[in-house]
Design a protein around this ligand. Structure first.
Ligand code: GDP
Length: 143
């Protein structure tokens, strides 16, 4: 199993509810290293670019409104098999359908306002990390 990175966004609903710390703790307890973490407001342009793959979906407008409503935490996570392990810990898109012990079960509100984002493949993780962080900020530690 190789050490991988993935991108987590703690979404506006969770930040507004002061759940960012609790979510980071769940991630650390589950063995993820927090490689980078930055609180930032997403502009409409940045949110639309990030979710461009969902442009044709009926909820796209709602999603962009939500993600730009208030600041998010953008987080780079690292551990073995990070993409799959984080998808597992994140839980189903709809928190009502998420398994007990998952982040979305504990902190999500509904299918739109579901506390966290997670990359769905190693390739998308690379693209998404690069969307928010210059390589110099997430360079592997030498040695
Ligand atoms: P994810 O990989 O589990 O985040 O799910 P998707 O890639 O399918 O959807 C991306 C994001 O769009 C979700 O995390 C939700 O925030 C949002 N979303 C998905 N389905 C719906 C929906 O039916 N209504 C609304 N308002 N938002 C949705």
């Amino acid at each position: 199993m190789t050490v991988e990175r993935t991108l987590c966004i703690i979404k506006p609903d969770a930040v507004e509810k002061k759940r960012a710390g609790a979510i980071l703790q769940m991630l650390e307890v589950a063995g993820f290293d927090v490689v980078a973490c930055e609180r930032m407001p997403l502009s409409r342009k940045v949110a639309e670019g990030f979710y461009a793959v969902h442009k044709a979906r009926p909820f796209f407008g709602e999603l962009v409104e939500f993600m730009t409503r208030s600041p998010v935490f953008v987080v780079v996570l690292e551990r073995e098999d990070a993409v799959a392990k984080y998808r597992e810990l994140m839980g189903a898109t709809d928190p009502a359908k998420a398994t007990e012990g998952t982040i979305r079960k504990a902190h999500g509100g509904n299918v739109g306002e579901n506390a966290v984002h997670g990359s769905d493949s190693a390739e998308n993780a690379r693209v998404e990390i690069g969307y928010f962080f210059p390589a110099s900020k997430v360079a592997p530690v030498a040695g």
